[in-house]
Design a protein around this ligand. Structure first.
Ligand SMILES: NC(=O)c1ccc[n+]([C@@H]2O[C@H](COP(=O)([O-])OP(=O)(O)OC[C@H]3O[C@@H](n4cnc5c(N)ncnc54)[C@H](OP(=O)(O)O)[C@@H]3O)[C@@H](O)[C@H]2O)c1
Length: 277
């Protein structure tokens, strides 16, 4: 299969690219800086593409490169994403817009530009053509101070369900994989987002934030687990379209059924105990 993965410089994207290459797939991986894919470029079946998902011309150019290869594109893994934490009351407009620009509109733009290639693959008789969106457990439940990230992942869940229903007549499947905390640099990158807390009523929360991040990372799952599930979703002809990947999925499913006031208490208690999910 020929697969496009966005955001392969680190984390889930890099690990998924490595796994897919090891299992015989051809991988196009996007990075914002060309050197960030050097590790993967050692593999002959890997092609690096420079793309910023918030920059439409860079997406169009990447798709043109794939099209020019003459090979069908079987799947797109919309993995690129950022986390912009902060209190909803104080988070700056440019920051909350960036959260949505990357995670939501970037995701949609990549799908839109890839779809002509995916339709062409189907029309040429290829099977198992799909889009996999890397969502999050934050697309199912909302923890305080990462609410905007959550809002973006709820939106990714809606894009996934909507697009799947719109594309099913054309034989293109659209799926979401929703991990809980994963051992990747994402939360450390997000830790620079301190100005929403500093000098506000939420300054006390900032003091706790790095301990919270460390505790989250320590209890996180390995990216190999998520990569393995993406690998299986690609292979399967009828995978579950909403795939949670946490240590105990049943807790999340149960939490979603719990009354909202009960959920509030659990989140506040977890916050005090430096625990995420
Ligand atoms: N780690 C977790 O706990 C967790 C849990 C659930 C879901 N997820 C989701 O998993 C996905 C991957 O995250 P990760 O944890 O592996 O984090 P990561 O290691 O920080 O990887 C994120 C990737 O996205 C790229 N990226 C960021 N902004 C971009 C943009 N504007 N255009 C193109 N690429 C961009 C990054 O590139 P640069 O290196 O250039 O920044 C990087 O390659 C994200 O969608 C995230 O929301 C993560």
């Amino acid at each position: 299969m020929n697969v496009l993965i966005t955001g392969v410089s680190t984390g889930i994207g890099a690990t998924t690219a490595e796994l897919l290459l090891r299992s015989g797939h051809d991988v196009y991986g996007t990075v914002r800086k060309l050197g960030d894919a050097d590790q993967l470029a050692l593999h002959p079946a890997f092609s690096a593409l420079v793309m910023d998902v918030t920059n439409r011309p860079s997406i169009v150019k990447a798709m043109a490169t794939i099209k020019a290869s003459g090979k069908p594109l079987h799947a797109v893994i919309n993995n690129a994403g950022i986390a912009v934490p902060g209190p909803l009351e104080t988070i700056a407009e440019e920051d909350y817009r960036k959260q949505f620009d990357v995670n939501v509109f970037g995701n949609l733009a990549v799908s839109q530009e890839a779809l002509p290639l995916l339709h062409a693959a189907r029309e040429a008789g290829e099977t198992n053509v799909k889009i996999i969106n890397v969502s999050s457990v934050s697309g199912y439940v909302t923890a305080p101070f990462t609410s905007l990230y959550s809002a973006s992942k709820f939106a990714v869940e809606a894009l996934t369900d909507g697009l799947r229903r719109e594309l099913s007549p054309f034989g293109i499947d659209v799926l979401s994989v929703a991990p809980g905390p994963v051992k990747t640099p994402i939360w450390r990158k997000a830790n620079t987002q301190t100005k929403a807390f500093e000098g506000t009523r939420y300054a006390g929360t900032l003091d706790k934030l790095s301990a919270y991040t460390e505790a989250t990372e320590a209890g996180a799952i390995d990216p190999e687990l998520v990569a393995g599930i993406i690998h299986d979703m690609l292979k399967s002809e009828r995978p579950r379209p909403d795939r949670l990947v946490t240590k105990k999925n049943w807790i999340i499913r149960l939490l979603m059924l719990a009354p909202k006031r009960w959920q509030d208490k659990m989140f506040l208690k977890n916050m005090e105990a430096n625990k995420r999910y």
